[in-house]
Design a protein around this ligand. Structure first.
Ligand code: FAD
Length: 284
């Protein structure tokens, strides 16, 4: 199906894009188009104006600045999956990127679009929550930084306000390591559910744990109680069993075609233990 008619605007700077958005309150940002275009073509939604941010300089690039990994919002998923420094230092991010959709979607879809879409089944948001990422956001009137934990509000709803553009993702480099585990039915599918685990260790004890969940509720979820429980503890079977019970407290599963609530609870606990036990084992 063809989308409803819309006006197309391709600004060359953030300022230009932000100015246009501030005067057109129903306009939508277009990044890689891998979520927005299907919605328009299926006529689930229609918009009067599209603001394509693909020609704006400065939204690309993966850099290590001080103690942060900085990723421009227009960096595509395949670039993240293929970056060897990310694979070495941020394995959970690399692993999530490599499991998103298929090569065609990964080559067009952007990290910013994956985050801003607010789909609970998208894979990057859980990684952002586990790694305590921060998002730099610009509009015509201000710049602000929002923590990942404050960003994902509800299904297809984020902390982005009208006219705001996500410009940069900042992930603290704390010497931690992690895994992203995703369970799906077929190659290229969205997650039935997924989990990102990021651990900083002091010898055998956990200094800080980060845990984010994909498709376990109306939006990406941070498993704060389980994170806090693991801090200061060794990764014994008993401690992991207790932490996996705490994970379930934040979930809001429903019975559906992907399985029963019981199945999903069991699966999440299993993926959590596999993620923790697999940390350090991502192929280089
Ligand atoms: C067949 C298929 C399978 C897929 N499987 C997966 C999967 O397994 N896992 C997964 O995570 N995703 C999956 N996706 C989604 C894909 O990863 C998308 O690329 C991603 O969700 C959106 O990125 P995009 O750059 O294409 O954004 P777009 O489609 O261009 O935009 C998506 C939304 O975000 C907004 N937006 C985009 N960028 C910005 C910005 N910088 N600032 C403000 N708002 C912005 C847009 O206005 C729009 O509302 C799949 C998509 C398809 C078509």
């Amino acid at each position: 199906m063809f989308p409803d008619k819309f006006d197309y605007y391709a600004p060359k700077s953030i300022e230009e894009a932000a100015k246009f958005l501030s005067g057109h309150e129903d306009a939508k940002v277009l990044a890689g188009g891998q979520s927005l275009i299907p919605l328009l073509k299926l006529r689930f939604t229609s918009v009067p104006e599209i603001v394509d941010i693909g020609r704006i300089k400065g939204l690309d690039g993966i850099t290590f600045q001080g103690n942060y990994l900085e990723i421009g919002s227009m960096v595509c998923t395949s670039e993240i999956a293929e970056n060897s420094s990310i694979r070495k230092k941020f394995p959970a991010l690399s692993e999530a990127a490599g499991q998103i959709a298929d090569p065609l979607v990964r080559n067009r879809g952007t990290i910013g679009g994956d985050i801003c879409h607010g789909d609970p089944a998208n894979d990057f948001p859980a990684v952002m929550l586990a790694m305590d990422a921060e998002f730099e956001i610009s509009s015509a009137t201000r710049k602000r930084t929002v923590k990942a934990e404050d960003f994902f509000v509800d299904t297809f709803s984020t902390a982005l306000e009208q006219g705001e553009i996500l410009t940069k993702i900042k992930i603290p480099d704390t010497g931690s390591s992690g895994r992203y585990m995703k369970y799906k039915k077929y190659a290229g599918d969205f997650s039935i559910l997924g989990i990102a685990v990021n651990l900083s260790m002091d010898g055998k004890k956990v200094r800080k744990a980060g845990i984010g969940l994909t498709n376990c509720g109306p939006t990406a979820l941070k498993a704060r109680e389980a994170e806090e429980y693991l801090a200061g503890k060794e990764l014994s079977d008993d401690n992991l069993e207790k932490a996996s019970e705490l994970l379930l407290k934040v979930t809001d599963f429903v019975d559906d075609d992907n399985g029963s609530v019981k199945f999903k609870e069991k699966l999440l606990k299993y993926l959590f233990i596999r993620a923790v036990r697999g940390i350090g084992g991502v192929p280089k």
